[in-house]
Design a protein around this ligand. Structure first.
Ligand SMILES: *[C@@H]1O[C@H](CO)[C@@H](O)[C@H](O)[C@H]1NC(C)=O
Ligand SMILES: *[C@@H]1O[C@H](CO)[C@@H](O)[C@H](O)[C@H]1NC(C)=O
Length: 167
């Protein structure tokens, strides 16, 4: 006759094994899903544009950020972290990446949205390179799964340009 402890141990081992198998299957089946997220970003207004006393250019934008990220959500998705960045080249840096806005999408129900917003984080250059500067706006997403690996991707929207004069 098996002791209680032996049975409890056997049951526990069985439970853990099943759980491990389910986790592996969850991450594998999740990889079969090919998401097709959509994102658009428009600059609705240049609110102000100035050189700070320390010589760095700063601009305030009003953006319309719209996205349909529903396809990133599977039953294995815990949440999705998104951020919008301005990316441009300057003499000092081959790539400047300035984060302007971010959000956490907790569920599929919240994954299709548009928001009319000013930049949440300052758009400041390390110098005075912003007048007439061409830039891209990128939407980055980091998909955090319940089990398995996090993955990240982005959409680039190019062809923006800042004014030649401060305002
Ligand atoms: C923002 O973009 C969405 C989707 O393109 C559009 O439906 C909405 O009217 C826009 N809002 C503004 C304030 O431009
Ligand atoms: C902006 O986007 C264009 C087109 O995708 C790309 O060729 C260019 O390298 C991008 N610029 C930066 C600074 O990432």
């Amino acid at each position: 006759m098996h002791s209680f402890a032996y049975r409890a141990n056997a049951l526990f081992t069985f439970g853990v094994t099943i759980l491990a198998i389910m986790c592996v299957m969850a991450s594998l089946s999740d990889n079969l899903n090919t998401p097709s997220p959509q994102a658009e970003i428009e600059v609705l207004n240049i609110n102000w544009f100035q050189r700070q006393p320390n010589g760095n250019d700063e601009v305030s934008l009003t953006l319309n950020i719209s996205a349909d990220l529903q396809s990133l959500f599977t039953w294995n998705t815990k949440q999705v972290f998104i951020f919008v960045a301005a990316e441009y080249e300057s003499e000092k840096n081959a790539l400047n990446q300035v984060s302007l806005w971010d959000a956490i999408i907790p569920s599929k129900e919240h994954a299709m949205f548009w928001i009319h917003t000013a930049n949440k984080y300052s758009f400041v250059d390390q110098g005075s390179n912003l007048r007439g500067q061409e830039f891209n706006l990128t939407m980055h997403w980091h998909v955090m799964p319940k089990t398995g690996y996090m993955y990240a991707d982005k959409k680039v929207i190019s062809g923006f340009r800042l004014p030649e004069e401060y305002k």
